[in-house]
Design a protein around this ligand. Structure first.
Ligand code: ZN
Length: 283
């Protein structure tokens, strides 16, 4: 395990808030931000609670999963107008069945510093195929390089990790790469420490990494990732419950907990500026 921390900073932890996602609804948790003003307020509150980055999805007017460019534009403009320095990370999937063009346009035009890159297809939540076919990934990788957007490589199983390594070798993803290990989605690897250790031990040596668990394994993955020197992602996209049977009050409630734990470990949460340095984001 001694070399498994990869390039993650020894003293600073990058905390990403996954604000909205595509799956959870206000009936699952009424505190889920779904419209641009709510998403902006949540992003700022998370930054103030210690988040270095916010991962953004949008919803349509009926709160359904969406890749509507105008909604992304509104959210990004609102956050930028407030001069909030948090790192913006836009989804490039947004749910299921969106066109390649719709998936690429938000990061291509709005130029956030990061965007998600889902490194393979999977049977999503035992319902549909989450399509990330090779030609799309090649295009997505090239567009991210052109736009100066760093991919946050989302990995749901070891096959996706191998796929990402292939694209790094091909120059479609630049090194050092940044990985988000996503555990606990039905169709992907379960949210266990064993799986987290396995994935981390197979990451490229020169990468940075973060992890999160969906559902009941969330706290285990968060604690294990922190113990292993990793960065973490938390938020209502991944969990509507704060603890078993207790619905989360807000995204920032999750961030505040991570901050407390990180400080108990003798570390600090990375400011957006420190996270930019660790991730090598272009200025
Ligand atoms: Zn997402």
């Amino acid at each position: 395990m001694s070399d498994s921390i990869r390039l993650n900073h020894k003293e600073k932890v990058i905390v990403t808030a996954a604000l909205t996602g595509a799956v959870t609804t206000k009936s699952d948790n009424p505190n889920l931000p779904t419209q641009p003003k709510e998403i902006c307020e949540s992003a700022i509150a998370c930054y103030e609670a210690g988040a270095s980055a916010v991962h953004i999805h949008v919803r349509d007017d009926e709160d359904k999963a969406s890749m509507c460019f105008e909604k992304f534009e509104e959210v990004v403009n609102l956050i930028r107008e407030r001069k909030c320095p948090v790192i913006l990370n836009l989804t490039s999937s947004g749910g299921q069945g969106f066109s390649w063009k719709d998936r690429i346009k938000p990061f291509k035009v709005l130029k956030p510093e990061m965007a998600s890159f889902d490194a393979g297809s999977m049977n999503w939540l035992n319902s549909v195929v989450f399509m990330n076919e090779p030609k799309f990934l090649e295009l997505c990788g090239k567009e991210m390089i052109e736009a100066g957007v760093k991919p946050e490589i989302e990995v749901f199983d070891i096959g996706m990790l191998n796929t990402a390594k292939y694209y790094i070798k091909q120059g479609i993803i630049e090194s050092p790469a940044h990985f988000q290990l996503c555990l606990g989605a039905p169709g992907g690897m379960e949210a266990t420490t064993e799986n987290l250790v396995y994935l981390v031990n197979h990451l490229p040596e020169d990468c940075t990494w973060s992890a999160f668990g969906i559902g009941k394994g969330a706290n285990e993955i968060m604690m294990s990732a922190l113990a292993m020197g990793g960065n973490v992602r938390v938020g209502l996209e991944d969990n509507v419950f704060y603890n078993k049977g207790i619905k989360a009050e807000s995204n920032e409630q999750f961030i505040a907990r991570v901050k407390r734990i990180v400080e108990e470990l003798g570390k600090t949460v990375a400011t957006p500026e420190e996270a930019r340095e660790i991730l090598g984001l272009k200025k």
